[in-house]
Ligand binder design. Structure first.
Ligand code: SF4
Length: 376
């Protein structure tokens, strides 16, 4: 088992676009942290004998945990993780939580990487998105972490906001590059059904960014970061000096992981386990000594589709020899037949037995990948 993911589903407030499982009811936090520690005990056999190489605390907002709650989680993790063999321990943080006290308490933990939900360096964008921090606060949070010796920092940005101009997006990128962080994730704003943002669009209060402009922003993102020596190693992810997000990369390369906490997913190479997306159902099941996940047994077809989807997302591409070894000759032939129109149109490339999405194919990568899927 390569990685452990822990979901911390608590946020001080809800962002306008968010459809992650999280709650603003912090009264559950103490019981929840105990439940996660108990779940780790109950499921430790799923980790197998391989050392844990990455740990990721995601959310929600893991930086809202108190010092004592964080210490409790890491004490439990220490019973199964050899920190010397664990190369990456990431904690997601919101800039407004990154106080000098927070950093001092983080120093007492094995965390060696911070993923910061910056989203924008414009106060107007941040207010629209209902983020709690300011642009200045985001810069100070990153600089504070760097000054404390945390140089492995990733920041998240969102583009394609209503009314956002190409120049405003360029200014965001300029500021991100100036901070000198080694990793950056950038996402186009999505209108997820059921979110306040989705309802605002339904009521005509916001107009979606024009698709052509979104593509220009994506183009600008790739060029600006390439000029600053960032490698575009996954559709939405960029790293400098080989500082890839190792935990997330293991998702894209099919490595097993154990997910703990409400709504967390686990994968052992064959079965997906999905924990309940409910604080009460999750906590009460664990307190009763039960794990309450749903199980989905992966079929050969779903594993093939998953391989297409995850491999083609990355710069390492789809290794056709491995595809043949894992799924057989017939599936390989099918994949190559489906790939032909995209190879001819320059949206895919084939070099030394590895199929990759080209720059021209990136804009329509979802369509390219789904054309290669196996459908009954
Ligand atoms: S902080 Fe993150 S998880 Fe929480 S509401 Fe905002 S986007 Fe969602």
């Amino acid at each position: 088992m390569a990685g452990i993911y822990i979901h911390i589903p608590f946020c001080a407030s809800r962002c306008v676009y968010c459809d992650f499982f999280s709650s603003t009811d912090s009264s559950w936090r103490g019981r929840y942290v105990e439940a996660v520690c108990r779940e780790l005990e109950l499921r430790r056999a799923e980790l197998g004998s391989e050392p844990v190489s990455t740990v990721y605390l995601g959310g929600g907002t893991p930086s809202t945990l108190s010092t004592a709650e964080r210490a409790r989680l890491f004490a439990a993790l220490s019973t199964v993780v050899d920190w010397g063999a664990c190369s990456e321990v990431t904690l997601e943080a919101n800039p407004d939580d990154v106080t000098p006290q927070f950093i001092a308490s983080l120093k007492e933990t094995p965390v060696n990487r911070l993923s910061m939900g910056v989203q924008s360096f414009s106060d107007a964008d941040l207010a629209f998105l209902r983020r709690r921090h300011t642009a200045r606060g985001a810069v100070e949070a990153v600089e504070r972490c760097q000054a404390a010796g945390y140089d492995n920092i990733s920041i998240d940005l969102i583009y394609g906001l209503p009314g956002q101009t190409l120049e405003a997006w360029q200014a965001n990128l300029q500021q991100a590059v100036a901070l000198g962080v080694p990793h950056l994730s950038a996402y186009n704003l999505i209108y997820e059904e059921g979110t306040p943002l989705w309802r605002m669009r339904e009521r005509g209060e916001v107009r979606e960014c024009d698709e052509e402009l979104s593509l220009q922003m994506f183009d600008c993102l790739i060029d600006r970061l390439a000029a600053a020596r960032y490698e575009h190693y996954e559709i939405s992810n960029f790293a400098r000096d080989g500082r890839y997000a190792r935990h997330n990369t293991s998702y894209w390369t099919g490595v097993p992981y154990l997910g703990l906490g409400a709504a967390a997913h686990s994968y052992d190479g064959r079965v997906r386990r999905i924990n309940p997306a409910s604080l009460s159902r999750y906590v009460m099941a664990i307190e009763a000594g039960r794990v309450a996940f749903d199980e989905e047994l992966e079929s050969s077809d779903s594993l093939y589709n998953e391989r297409i989807l995850t491999s083609l997302r990355t710069c390492w591409g789809l290794d056709l020899n491995r595809l043949r070894a894992d799924f057989g000759e017939a599936r390989l032939r099918y994949c190559l037949e489906q790939a032909q129109p995209h190879l001819r149109a320059g949206r895919l490339s084939l070099d030394n037995g590895v199929l990759r999405i080209t720059r021209a194919g990136l804009f329509t990568s979802d369509d390219v990948m789904s054309d290669l899927f196996w459908v009954d």
